[in-house]
Design a protein. Structure first.
Length: 342
């Protein structure tokens, strides 16, 4: 009897200590952190990021609360890397290509133009092909911890003129930001024009440009591009950007391991939610365009293969511009060969 009382009392003491320790740890870890996205307030993409924050808040039981902010709420889209690094923001859900000027590796990691057929393939490179480790190495040098990628789909190109093959791009004026995309289309004979986003619609309307590299079919539809550019290239072939979820490195390292695991799992869910949400939006946009005089133009398999070959020359050139870019290039091309795409 005495032995039983001793064991019971001992177990109760251990449990009490464990609960006290857990409670103390939880109280110490309870914080509210801001995560700024690259999306406009009220947009379908921003709502997906807000769902991510809600999921994290629920899974952590209030120990860590994320506040999802739209683009520009604290800093501009190109300033978020520095803001997270310095601790002004705890986290970002940004586009990796925004920081290509820091290191060309950001460009190859954020959008290996014309490489993959769908975002699931590039997601596999991150999680099964070594991409995640390379991303964490790259972001760590800027004071951030890269949690995981976030894709939103293959982008379409709204065109005022019909493009039936890659040869039709010769002499065509395309709005494109400077970088790999612009270089690829120059090789096809097109004339890339670097215009700010606010001028895309009026430039299409006035014929200053013939087409625009902007977003997915549904994103372009929301902006009214198809009213004047009635030959969108769909399914897209040239661009499939990777966004990110990245945290201030010191803040990340201070988190308990279970909170880190929650954020990693929630980021995987965010990626899937964003891909599927935008895919459904594209299907709805496609249906809405039926009978509107808009013709969706799909490039042939042969043209898609040829575009990938042309693009691979640009990837190789970008890879020479930094040691990290070379690592990203070698890793992705090896993985593309495994997929049978190169």
């Amino acid at each position: 009897m005495e032995r039983r009382k001793f064991l019971t009392a001992g177990a109760a003491s251990v449990a009490a200590v464990g609960l006290a320790t857990t409670a103390g740890r939880h109280a110490q870890a309870a914080e509210t952190w801001q995560i700024q996205s690259l999306w406009q307030a009220g947009s379908i993409n921003q709502k997906v990021v807000e769902r991510f924050a809600q999921n994290v808040n629920a899974m952590t039981g209030g120990r860590l609360t994320l506040e999802a902010l739209p683009v520009g709420a604290v800093v501009s889209h190109i300033e978020s890397l520095d803001a997270v690094s310095s601790g002004i923001l705890a986290s970002q859900q940004s586009a990796t290509v925004y920081f290509t000027g820091r290191d060309p590796a950001f460009g190859l990691m954020g959008d290996l133009n014309a490489a993959y057929e769908n975002p699931y393939q590039m997601t596999m490179w991150f999680y099964k092909g070594g991409g995640l480790e390379l991303a964490r190495e790259l972001y760590k040098s800027y004071g951030l911890y890269y949690v995981g990628p976030v894709f939103w789909g293959v982008e379409s190109i709204p065109m005022r003129i019909k493009i039936s093959s890659l040869d039709d791009f010769k002499g065509v004026k395309l709005r494109m930001p400077e970088g790999p995309s612009a270089e690829i289309f120059r090789k096809l004979g097109a004339a890339p024009v670097n215009l700010p986003g606010a001028e895309v619609y009026t430039s299409l309307e006035r014929g200053v440009i013939d087409g625009a590299d902007w977003g997915t079919l549904s994103m372009n539809q929301d902006l009214g591009f198809h009213k004047i550019a009635k030959y969108p290239i769909y399914p897209g072939v040239h661009s499939m950007p990777a966004g990110d979820v990245a945290f201030n490195l010191d803040k990340w390292n201070a988190l308990e391991p279970d909170l880190q695991a929650i954020l990693e799992t929630a980021t995987k869910s965010l990626n899937l939610d964003m891909i599927q949400t935008m895919a459904m939006a594209d299907l709805e946009a496609r249906k809405a365009l039926e009978g509107s005089g808009v013709e969706l133009v799909a490039l042939s398999g042969a043209d898609r293969h040829r575009l990938r070959q042309v693009a691979s020359e640009v990837w190789a050139d970008f890879a020479k511009r930094s040691p990290m870019a070379e690592k990203v290039y070698q890793s992705q091309t090896a993985f593309l060969k495994k997929l049978g795409l190169l």
